[in-house]
Design a binder for this molecule. Structure first.
Ligand SMILES: Cc1cc2nc3c(=O)[nH]c(=O)nc-3n(C[C@H](O)[C@H](O)[C@H](O)COP(=O)(O)O)c2cc1C
Length: 170
């Protein structure tokens, strides 16, 4: 379904007190979405439940960021990052996301949980041009080498600081 949506320039802005929340199973299928998630995404709860979380993926996002997200989560750590998401009508909204693994009583990961809040203007002004360059590097490198190329570019941009540290510092 998401591939048929034409991206538009209509932006939705998070408010200071908004929290957009979702939960997924181990495969990234949505098991919970709060009302603000539904308001921003434009999908009904029925459309969201059991759908892959990439239902709101925006084509402007470098896939390397999601690679990093999944690597971080699967190693048991939490991920923080800026993400541009796409609504059902093709509009977009930027979030600052905190994504964490959920554990059962045997310390086994049983799903994931994300809380998103309004990103700072400062963070967005820094991250947008970096994502644009990463996306261009991915396209130029071709599918097979996309992530290597964008990862290399990111590490040059951040001069040795990792993404997590960087995003929390801006
Ligand atoms: C808890 C959780 C929250 C996520 N939130 C988002 C999100 O807000 N936007 C997004 O594009 N991907 C999100 N993802 C990542 C998606 O599962 C997916 O990896 C990403 O959209 C890239 O999709 P693709 O691999 O089909 O290109 C989330 C994943 C998890 C586990």
């Amino acid at each position: 379904m998401k591939n048929k949506i034409q991206a538009t320039q209509k932006e939705r802005l998070m408010r200071d007190n908004d929290f957009i929340v979702s939960k997924t199973d181990l495969k990234g299928r949505i098991t919970y979405a709060n009302k603000i998630f539904i308001d921003f995404g434009g999908y009904s709860q029925d459309e969201l439940l059991n759908s892959q979380h990439n239902i709101i993926r925006h084509p402007d996002m470098p896939r390397t960021v999601f690679d990093l997200l999944w690597k971080t989560l699967k190693s048991g750590n939490e991920f923080n990052g800026c993400v541009k998401n796409m609504s059902k009508d093709g509009g977009f909204y930027w979030v600052f996301a905190n994504v964490t693994p959920s554990y059962d009583s045997n310390n086994k990961i049983i799903g994931y949980y994300s809380v998103r809040r309004k990103p700072s203007a400062q963070a967005l002004s820094v991250i947008k041009p970096i994502y644009n360059e990463m996306l261009a590097a991915e396209k130029a490198a071709g599918s097979k080498n996309a992530t290597d190329a964008a990862t290399q570019l990111l590490s040059e941009k951040l001069q040795g600081v990792d993404y997590e540290q960087f995003i929390l510092s801006i």
